[in-house]
Design a protein around this ligand. Sequence first.
Ligand SMILES: Cc1ncc(COP(=O)(O)O)c(C=O)c1O
Length: 404
Amino acid sequence: MTSPTLDVAFVRRQFPQLADGTAFFENAGGSLVPEPVRKRLIDFVSHSFAQPSYDSAPSRVSRQKIADGKRLAADLLGVEPEEIVLGPSTTLNFYVLSHALRPLFQPGDEVIVTDQDHEANVGAWRRLSEFGLVIREWQIDRKTGELRLADLDKLLSAKTKLVCVTHCSNVVGSVNDVAAVAQRAKKVGALTIVDGVGYAPHHLIDVRALGVDAYACSAYKIFGTHLGILWVHPDLAKRARPQAHDFLTTVPQTLNPGGLTYELVAGLGGTGDYLDLLYKHHFGSGDNSPRTRYARVFKLIEDHERKLGARIVDFLKSRKSVRLIGEDGARAPIICFTVAGKTSTEVAKALFDRKIAVGHGHFYAKRCVDALGVEGVIRISFAHYNDDAEVDRLIQALSEILPS
Ligand SMILES: Cc1ncc(COP(=O)(O)O)c(C=O)c1O
């Protein structure tokens, strides 16, 4: 029996925004929203807008729909809903986590951050220097943008308490071996905090297999609503200082100082409906567990995205004026480049004029772009709903815009 490939036409029908004809290659900034998410959002706002903590009928309905959203968030990472903290964004989740972990450290303890990461997983940790912690920077290779484990080894010592690293940079695109980072950190008694925002829209994650202590991703980049998802290892969550009201004691939800945006959490249940819709379309109905279903769907997504990515990378490599960021190897569909003699804004503008949406600039990974020695990059980041026809359009447009 041959295994199916992703039916992209079917996928595209689930995303109403695609009908506007823009070739959308700015998914690393935020993905589009499939119909089931819109339905759950509207349904919650229209029919279930009740405080979920009582035993009234509206409260029970509301609670169930919120629980569906949390379940999906947990299933994306391979953990239980009780282990998840939801917050407005990954930036805010890391900010809160940095406050919660601060009492675990002493002046003189060392924190390793990278210059490849988005600032979300750098700034909050760097501010620990105000409490006497010493910040060490794991720097990228200035030519390729890659992080090297050998450079991390030079920074690790008995003083290291925290290593903060991205699973996949929103500029370089390569997949970092975070399991290897976590192993090294553990050897010196340090914690590993991972930013999975760039990685999560493209792969089903198994956080426990990675051996990390905390992992964050953003639901609005995984065909969901505008929320940050944070997993903290239960052992660490117990040691972290609560950030919520003193009388709230459920760990790790104590890491959320405010309440939840219930309609957005409920909307996230629609991401699960969407993945199930893809499962059913490609594999028929089955009674597998959600994780098994999602794993098969993400495998289709990975294969499709790899093919599109190879076409774009091959094209960019064929142009002498292009500097492609990142080396060959495992890469999420995040492809950044610069063009000799043109600014990133100029190239992006020429693409916008052709109804092709891309990113340009530094995307809050400013340290990375600065370290690469460029004013900004053009970013082509795609998702599984992008198709070959859009890649044709992109390549055609770039052929017209770029010097050979
Ligand atoms: C790699 C990466 N990390 C972190 C973030 C921050 O996520 P949020 O917008 O949820 O704070 C982004 C956002 O673009 C990102 O691309």
